[in-house]
Design a protein around this ligand. Sequence first.
Ligand SMILES: O=c1ccn([C@H]2C[C@H](O)[C@@H](COP(=O)(O)OP(=O)(O)OP(=O)(O)O)O2)c(=O)[nH]1
Ligand SMILES: [Mg+2]
Length: 148
Amino acid sequence: MTQSMTIAIRRLPHGAGLPLPAYATAGAAGMDVVAAEDVTLAPGARHAVATGFAMAIPDGYEVQVRPRSGLALKHGITCLNTPGTIDSDYRGEVKVILANLGTAPFTVVRGERIAQLVPAPVLRATLAQVDSLDDTARGAGGFGSTGR
Ligand SMILES: O=c1ccn([C@H]2C[C@H](O)[C@@H](COP(=O)(O)OP(=O)(O)OP(=O)(O)O)O2)c(=O)[nH]1
Ligand SMILES: [Mg+2]
């Protein structure tokens, strides 16, 4: 059973006429976000792409900004900071930090779907400082210590 929640969203003037983020299919995990500007990304370039909206996420939740696999596979376009984090206390414009990891310039057209939003619950931790940590079989081994 899919859980649902409500997030307040506000259209900004330069986003007028654009669709709000929306689920493309009944089972989609992410709401597709469209660009509110035209921008051309040269290979290796990055840009915080305007979306033309702001949100008020309920306390205890975040929204993750994730790439679209089609843009990544076909054009090398990804979200540089994936998953991007939208904090519940952020009231500014949501932006999508796109990077072009491909070999050709890529032009984003206003109204084109560039990323997807996935809300998630936030678990906040309290840190308890100690002088020693319990032993484990792994110990300090990491970064490929178990093999390739
Ligand atoms: O892909 C993203 C990532 C972040 N943000 C906005 C919302 C988020 O709440 C805020 C801060 O993001 P983050 O904490 O990842 O960035 P920071 O570099 O730590 O900035 P700050 O010092 O403002 O927290 O920037 C976006 O619009 N898109
Ligand atoms: Mg931060």
